[in-house]
Design a protein around this ligand. Structure first.
Ligand code: SAH
Ligand code: SF4
Length: 401
């Protein structure tokens, strides 16, 4: 099967070009077209000779995600529903001006990306797993979520006509003429693009918290993250990339061996096996003892703070009796706790606690000297919890079929 060019690292492309008798700078030119200009057609790569473009076309695909629906207002959380080449649907969520949960206060845009179509882990409260697992995403389908949102922002967002300066680590592009020197271009023959075509880097913070269990799709995920992190690719700092897992303990250990310094978030949602078993089947396979040991290993290896995600679900895990075990777990792991009010999922019986109950839980946790935040869910109105938009659309489509 032909693979997509956006699943290739720089080294792989250079090796391929070498086999084809092409000079090394051709790989840089191609990478510029993909990751600076984000083109979706080989024909737009005008500084590559026609026969080379043809050779590329015969050896690689160049798929772009097709936007099916977008929900949410400009300046607020926006959700994108994409169609893949096999017609599967996936979601990405763009969160502007991150409230400093996963990154720094100065972060401008966070993108939440999916890693699988559906999910096999079947957490009882989650829309993504409701219809089971369909398939893993390939590395390029993960990479393309970032590029497609940035392309949408460049071409269709209300800001696209009035944009100003934008920056991302290692690549800053402004309106003034000096910015025409694109720092990542190594191509000797790449012509400077006209001003209106200078691409903007939008996303500087990535959370792997969309549909699917990222660590169950380990190799494609890691490849995508290497591409999104590389200075020739997405240019997103590893410390600005948060991988979230429901608790695949052996894979947490594996991630600890990776050279890149990703942030790790654990979807805990219960600090005892009793509570976790009720809502997360994965806990029967990897009970807390095993998961916590893997987190300690990660922490020791990386020297990085772990985040514990804790959705507050009324009557399920929001009782004050949960505070003690949660606090002792957080202290043992030197972790901070993100409390997230549950987003109601159509068809499921779960609800979020009252604001007072949420606040009481936070206060009780802080009393135990735990660093904790309570997220005011920005995407509440647009089915922002992972998997909901896709589920609704799939169900609407099948009822009309
Ligand atoms: N599978 C991974 C990553 C995707 S889920 C994981 O479980 O960590 C991303 C986060 O959204 C998880 O913390 C998950 O528990 C949470 N989530 C799922 N459904 C939710 C809902 N209805 N309301 C709030 N958070 C939800
Ligand atoms: Fe899968 Fe994560 Fe949803 Fe659980 S919370 S079903 S692991 S996507």
């Amino acid at each position: 099967m032909t693979c997509d060019v956006k699943s290739q690292t720089r080294e792989e492309l250079e090796a391929r070009f070498k086999d084809w008798g092409q000079p090394a700078y051709r790989a840089s030119q191609l990478l510029d077209w993909l990751y600076v200009h984000r083109v979706t057609d080989w024909e737009m790569m005008t500084n590559l000779p026609k026969p080379l473009r043809e050779q590329l076309r015969q050896n690689f695909t160049l798929h772009a995600l097709e936007l099916v629906r977008k929900q949410g207002e400009h300046d607020a959380t926006q959700k994108f529903l994409w169609r893949l080449s096999d017609h599967s649907l996936i979601e990405s969520v763009l969160i502007p001006a991150n409230p400093a949960l996963y990154g720094d206060a100065s972060d401008r845009h966070t993108l939440c990306v999916s890693t699988q179509v559906g999910c096999a882990y079947g957490c009882k409260f989650c829309a993504s797993g409701l219809d089971g697992w369909k398939r893993n995403l390939s590395a390029d389908e993960i990479v393309e979520q970032v590029l497609a949102v940035e392309r949408w922002h460049r071409d269709e967002s209300p800001e696209s006509s009035e944009r100003g300066a934008s920056e991302r680590e290692g690549c800053s592009v402004a309106k003034n003429a000096d910015a025409l020197t694109l720092p990542r271009s190594h191509a000797p023959t790449l012509p400077a693009p006209p001003l209106q075509h200078i691409p903007l880097r939008l996303i500087n913070n990535l959370v792997i918290m969309g549909m699917g269990e990222p660590l169950a799709n380990y190799d494609p995920l890691l490849k995508a993250l290497r591409i999104l992190n590389a200075s020739w690719g997405g240019g997103i700092g590893a410390r600005k990339i948060t991988v979230s897992t429901s608790g695949l303990a052996p894979r947490v250990r594996k991630l600890a061996e990776e050279p890149l310094q990703f942030r790790l978030a654990i979807s805990l949602h219960g600090a005892t096996d009793e509570t976790r078993n009720k809502i997360m089947p994965v806990n029967r396979r990897y009970p807390l003892k095993e998961l916590v040991a893997a987190c300690e290993y990660y922490q020791k290896k990386k020297g990085r703070m772990i985040t514990l995600e804790y959705i507050l679900i009324a009557g399920v895990n929001d009782q004050i009796k949960e505070i003690k075990p949660l606090a002792s777990l957080a202290q043992r792991l030197h972790a901070k706790v993100n409390l997230i009010p549950y987003n109601h999922v159509e068809g499921l019986p779960w609800e979020r606690p009252t604001e007072q109950a949420q606040q009481d839980f936070l206060t009780a946790l802080e009393k135990q000297k735990v660093a904790a935040t309570l997220r005011r869910e920005k995407g509440h109105d647009i089915d922002a919890a992972c998997g909901q938009l896709r589920l609704k659309t799939e169900r609407a489509l099948s009822s009309t079929a």
